[in-house]
Design a protein around this ligand. Structure first.
Ligand code: ATP
Ligand code: MG
Length: 199
């Protein structure tokens, strides 16, 4: 071997040792709490990608949509009728126009009580809480209660929370946090929401 090849081989051997040690360390099997936040596009679709993965493995999945903007999405048309999934719209009825805080709190609380049942059910492997962050941001749900319920869930259960401006306390409690940056969005160039891309 020439000098260069020897140095390369030695570097690769060191790299392999580091990677092997990291793989050996990551042996734990448990449910993880994931947060997908930030202003860029791709939070909910990433969560639905995990739903597809889980269903593909024959796992049981529950999806709560806390802010329901439209009923004609491709994900709902396809995923909501798959075996193994429960799909609930828990966010109908927030008073965006009248801004009745007490009513919104009651709606949010009612929705959370329903989602909470999944968080106590070990038969459900993956729970998606889509757009949950807004209920916390607007003060409709008590973050302490949400954190306590998440912490008390079955140890093998995965939970995904999506939405912009995820409170720091929820990010701190999460195992995986991805913040999607808004570098560009076609909407700002005048492109309306496209089927298969945005809905
Ligand atoms: P998606 O559902 O496409 O993964 P998201 O969950 O990251 O998006 P939301 O804030 O929930 O984002 O908004 C959902 C809708 O708004 C989608 O149609 C999406 O394309 C659009 N959208 C997301 N981010 C932006 C943005 N930065 N500017 C304009 N429109 C956006
Ligand atoms: Mg979304």
């Amino acid at each position: 071997m020439n000098d260069h090849a020897e140095r390369h081989a030695a570097r690769m051997a060191r790299k392999k040792a580091v990677i092997d040690a990291a793989i050996a360390r990551a042996e734990e099997e448990r449910g993880v709490l994931l947060v997908l936040t930030g202003n860029g596009k791709g939070k909910s679709t990433s969560a639905f990608g995990m739903v597809a993965r889980a269903l593909g493995h024959g796992m049981q999945v529950a999806v709560a949509q806390f802010i329901k903007s439209r009923t004609d999405t491709g994900e709902e048309a396809l995923l909501a009728r798959q075996p193994g999934i429960q799909w609930r719209v828990l966010g109908a009825g927030f008073t965006w126009e009248t801004q009745n805080l007490e009513r919104d709190r009651a709606t949010a609380q009612q929705g959370w009580m329903e989602a909470r049942r999944w968080l106590t059910d070990p038969a459900i492997h993956l729970v998606v809480l889509d757009e949950l962050t807004y209920l916390l941001k607007y003060g409709w749900l008590d973050p302490a209660q949400v954190l306590a319920d998440l912490a008390a869930r079955p140890p093998g259960q995965h939970v995904v929370i999506t939405g912009r401006a995820c409170p720091q306390a929820v990010q701190d409690a999460a195992d995986t946090v991805s913040e999607i940056a808004d570098v560009k969005h076609a909407w700002r160039a005048g492109v309306k929401a496209q089927k298969g891309v945005d809905l």
